[in-house]
Design a protein around this ligand. Structure first.
Ligand code: UDP
Length: 237
């Protein structure tokens, strides 16, 4: 049962339930970029991101051994999840240079990386989510060493699983962002979402962008890109 709203983020709302260890995530069509400076709506995004996230959370638990917050899909836009305390880090994995890394290293987008790159950003909108390393994380006490090592292990497992999955449907997984949380029982689980809002997907042949960069960069047919991803993911079965 959906009780009071606990939180409203840029792309999702979170509601309490009658179980203190569970909450309901409700996906919105709202889109923002550049730390909230650019705002818009992507029609159908809420449903697509909810269904894609749940599909991958289930697969990651069953096939990659990565525990997640997923419990049950309640409707096209709503999902029951374990209530977690979010570790305040954006965990970014990159296979190909794009976005902020391209600017930072002065290397063109599309440059292959010789091995995956793992980055952490401290989740703080006012600070613009600054990039941090292991030392900052431990020195600030955002999580402990053991949990940090588990986060790294899970992040690479997610990358291996998703990269392989998407390669089979003709999509290059360029990079993505994950968030992790701690349940009331103290378990580290993958939380948040896995969707074209949080991953860069390029068509393997044409290198066409099929993700939120179409919105960020005004490339047009944003809805079509999200639909193409869900169509290819579900036709894979
Ligand atoms: N990303 C995200 N939320 C953020 C920042 C990044 O989901 O607040 C994702 C983004 O979609 C991309 C990856 O993380 O798949 C790496 O993003 P990058 O650091 O290149 O930042 P951007 O260029 O998106 O600002």
């Amino acid at each position: 049962m959906k009780l009071e709203q606990m939180y409203e983020g840029k792309a999702k709302k979170v509601f309490a339930t009658d179980n203190p260890d569970e909450c309901i995530v409700s996906y919105k069509d709202d889109a923002t970029a550049f730390n909230g400076l650019k705002k818009g709506t992507i029609r159908g995004k809420g449903e697509i991101n909810n269904r894609l996230t749940n599909y991958f959370m289930k697969k990651l638990e069953e096939e990659a051994g990565v525990p997640t917050h997923f419990i049950e899909e309640l409707s096209p836009t709503d999902t029951l999840v374990k209530k977690v305390r979010i570790v305040p880090l954006e965990v970014i994995v990159r296979n190909v240079i794009a976005g902020s890394l391209s600017k930072r290293l002065g290397a063109p987008e599309g440059t292959e990386l010789k091995c995956p790159v793992l980055e952490f950003c401290y989740k703080d909108d006012e600070l613009g989510d600054p990039m941090v390393n292991d030392y900052h994380i431990l020195a600030m006490g955002w999580t402990d060493k053991e949990t940090l090592e588990k986060i790294k292990e899970y992040a690479f497992k997610v990358n291996d699983y998703l990269k392989n999955f998407f390669s089979k449907i003709g999509i290059d997984l360029i990079d993505f962002k994950l968030e992790f949380g701690i349940t009331s029982g103290g378990e580290l689980v993958l939380a948040d979402e896995i969707s074209p809002d949080t991953c860069r997907f390029w068509d393997s042949k044409t290198k066409e962008k099929l993700d939120k960069d179409r919105f960020r960069r005004d490339l047009g047919d944003v809805e079509g890109a999200y639909q193409e991803i869900i169509k290819r993911v579900f036709s894979h079965e």
